[in-house]
Design a protein around this ligand. Structure first.
Ligand SMILES: NC(=O)c1ccc[n+]([C@@H]2O[C@H](COP(=O)([O-])OP(=O)(O)OC[C@H]3O[C@@H](n4cnc5c(N)ncnc54)[C@H](OP(=O)(O)O)[C@@H]3O)[C@@H](O)[C@H]2O)c1
Length: 219
């Protein structure tokens, strides 16, 4: 498939580039700093564009089968995070102009403000308040996509990310804001970035999670 990838220079994005190329896909990495992507491959094209400008993105989306995003923006206590919504508005605008309808993007467990109520004290009272500005903007972006009826989007929600390559472990999935175990508690707290990339790429062969948000973790 022809994949346009945003966030290709990031930690998850780099796993996704590597796995996509191994699987025989053609990847167009849309980045702000091409020098940061050190991989060279006949099926990898690296282009510089502004993720906040539909006009800048449009030309790179033309002829693509799918847009994938591993974009990330830092948390802030002082001002709201807007990168997820502003970039997604530009991406969806460019997708419409370029007539690309499939979108696979990542957010996180606990984007819904009350969904962390059953998480551990450490997560609930320390981690989630620290990253709430990011989670809020991810949640807004998820709502924006829910209203984009012409876009076949999937939001992949992982828990805490570890810098680990893909495994062969089975995925646990749940259409919600975290993956519950048998007693309704969050099932584990972390997943490897390589496995997140593996899950996102597995969606290219399935319509199971189209127009849905799916929380994932590994068994
Ligand atoms: N950390 C966790 O435990 C955790 C858990 C769940 C979900 N997540 C979310 O998962 C996503 C991926 O995480 P990650 O750790 O793989 O991300 P990351 O390493 O921080 O990478 C972020 C990517 O976004 C790009 N980016 C940011 N601002 C940009 C801009 N203005 N223009 C162009 N590109 C821009 C970065 O480009 P540059 O390389 O040029 O900076 C980079 O490619 C993030 O949204 C993160 O919040 C994280």
């Amino acid at each position: 498939m022809k994949i346009a990838l945003l966030g290709a220079t990031g930690q998850t994005g780099q796993y996704l580039v590597q796995q996509a190329l191994e699987q025989g896909h053609a990847v167009t990495a849309i980045v702000r700093n091409p020098a940061k992507l050190t991989v060279h491959h006949d099926n990898l094209k690296v282009v510089k564009a502004d993720i906040f400008g539909a006009g800048s993105l449009k030309a790179h989306l033309q002829g693509q089968d799918v847009v994938m995003s591993c974009l990330g923006f830092p948390a802030s206590f002082w001002w709201g995070v807007t990168g997820y919504t502003v970039s997604m508005a530009a991406v969806v605008g460019a997708m419409r102009e370029a007539r690309v309808s499939r979108l696979i993007t990542m957010t996180s467990w606990y984007t819904e403000p009350n969904s962390g109520a059953q998480s551990s004290y450490l997560i609930r009272f320390l981690l989630l308040p620290m990253i709430r500005s990011v989670l809020n903007n991810m949640y807004e972006m998820e709502h924006f996509l829910q209203k984009a009826e012409d876009i076949n989007w999937t939001v992949v929600r992982p828990p805490g990310l570890r810098n680990l390559p893909a495994t062969a472990q089975e995925f646990l999935t749940h259409e919600g804001y975290f993956v519950p175990d048998g007693s309704g508690q969050p099932a584990g707290g972390a997943v490897g970035r390589g496995d997140v990339a593996r899950f996102m790429l597995s969606l290219l062969n399935s319509n199971a999670w189209v127009k849905k948000g799916v929380a994932i973790t590994t068994k």
